[in-house]
Design a protein around this ligand. Structure first.
Ligand code: ADP
Ligand code: MG
Length: 396
């Protein structure tokens, strides 16, 4: 199922539609607070410009729900991209229509045009063929670099590919596919999966699939408390999803049958409320969490046990923080696990928006083999689901 890659096709003189993921965080003044996603897109821009293509790019930003919303304009993104590329990025305040067509027609090789937020049109999320054909008008080559949107069959991801002669992966998408395929299709022995974060129901399908591939699974975060309650532990006021208890017991059984080492936290950092300066209580192995308290981080014994697993792994996939890492008092477990992954010799893949923030907070991002830019898309990929955006690309 290999897909064509932008570096393997002729781009000289071509008019390229480049689909980016520029869904960047903005503050109340409309300024970009983190430009990681724009920086990550630069290799594809540089390749196309160095090789004589004319680039027409666009992205979604926020949830404008099919209408033009001034605060969600891509104009600040165009400016920032221009600064990073050291090159003028022409911005068109339309996505389709007469002015967009005129700007596209005037564009010369070596130039960049950014069209307005794709989701200002209802046709984008509806995968409307008419909107997709408009996007594709005058385009010779489609390049997808928006991994974070590839699990959605939207017009700029899916529909557009039916109106262009060739649809290929950009550098960023290709890197995502390569790393995630390694984990999804050819995991080595000693494949360790670490799951945490907030909602267990979101992640159970993924966990069910990973149970068939991993040698060991570590569970932390709020997720752990549903598993622990399912095993009969007193979890106090910890966050639990009661409708998942039976499924948790079932997954645990499957892990045992397959000989997968399945580790839940043995001790906990607990507190009655999530507050910065609240005194915390360490719940020791074998103890329950007192009724009025919530488990908010993994404890020191758990960190030790998890570290030992990290030390013996050859491939690690991590999604979901080990505790409420946004608050210092409950960030220790997540920071220690991040540091241990960074120090290990294993190939390491981290996915998920909050997990990415945690890795940055720990200051170890440059020692992780691959940090996925697509939260939901990475999880669906690893759960074995074909992503519409990848399926739509031209076969190699
Ligand atoms: P990701 O975005 O990496 O996929 P999630 O969104 O699933 O991760 O989970 C992140 C959130 O989970 C964080 O906001 C964190 O505060 C929360 N969380 C982690 N552990 C706990 C816990 N024990 N109790 C409540 N919330 C938790
Ligand atoms: Mg999240």
């Amino acid at each position: 199922m290999a897909k064509k890659f932008v570096a393997d096709v002729a781009v000289d003189g071509r008019r390229v539609f480049l689909r980016n993921d520029f869904n960047v965080p903005l503050n109340s003044a409309g300024e970009i607070t983190d430009d990681t996603r724009i920086r990550a897109a630069l290799p594809t821009f540089r390749h196309l410009l160095d090789n004589g293509a004319a680039i027409i790019c666009s992205s979604h930003l926020g949830r404008p729900k099919g209408k033009a919303v001034g605060e969600l304009s891509l104009a600040p993104v165009a400016r920032r991209l221009g600064e990073l590329l050291k090159k003028k990025v022409i911005f068109c305040s339309e996505t389709i229509g007469a002015r967009a067509e005129k700007a596209k027609a005037k564009l010369r090789p070596g130039q960049v045009l950014m069209l307005e937020n794709l989701r200002f049109h209802p046709g984008e999320t509806a995968n409307d063929p008419v909107f997709a054909a408009e996007l594709a008008r005058g385009i010779d080559l489609y390049v997808d670099d928006a991994f974070g949107a590839c699990h959605r069959a939207h017009a700029s991801i899916d529909g557009i590919t039916r109106h262009v002669p060739l649809a290929v992966a950009g550098f960023l998408l290709r890197k995502e596919i390569d790393f995630l395929t390694l984990a999804a299709e050819n995991p080595p022995d000693d494949y360790l999966v670490i799951l945490g974060g907030a909602k267990v129901s979101d992640k159970l399908p993924l966990l069910k699939h990973l149970l068939t591939q991993a040698d060991a699974i570590l569970i932390g975060g709020a997720m752990a408390y549903t598993f622990l309650k399912a095993e009969g532990m007193d979890v106090g006021a910890s966050r639990v999803e009661n409708e998942c208890l039976e499924l948790c017991r079932d997954l645990r059984r499957q892990a045992d049958e397959r000989g997968v080492r399945f580790l839940l936290p043995r001790d906990h950092i607990a507190a009655p409320r999530i507050e910065p300066n609240i005194p915390v209580h360490i719940v020791k192995p074998g103890e329950g969490i007192p009724g009025e308290m919530m488990g908010l981080d993994i404890g020191p014994e758990t960190i030790k046990a998890f570290r030992a697993e990290i030390g013996r792994a050859r491939l690690i996939f991590w999604n979901g923080p080990m505790g409420v890492f946004e608050v210092d008092a409950f960030s220790g477990g997540t920071m220690e696990i991040a540091a241990a992954i960074a120090a290990s010799t294993a190939t390491s893949i981290v996915g998920g928006g909050d997990s990415l923030a945690a890795v940055n907070q720990a200051g170890v991002a440059d020692r992780i083999s691959h940090i996925s830019t697509g939260g939901g898309a990475a999880l669906e990929f690893l759960a074995g689901d074909p992503l519409p955006g990848i399926a739509a690309l031209t076969e190699a």
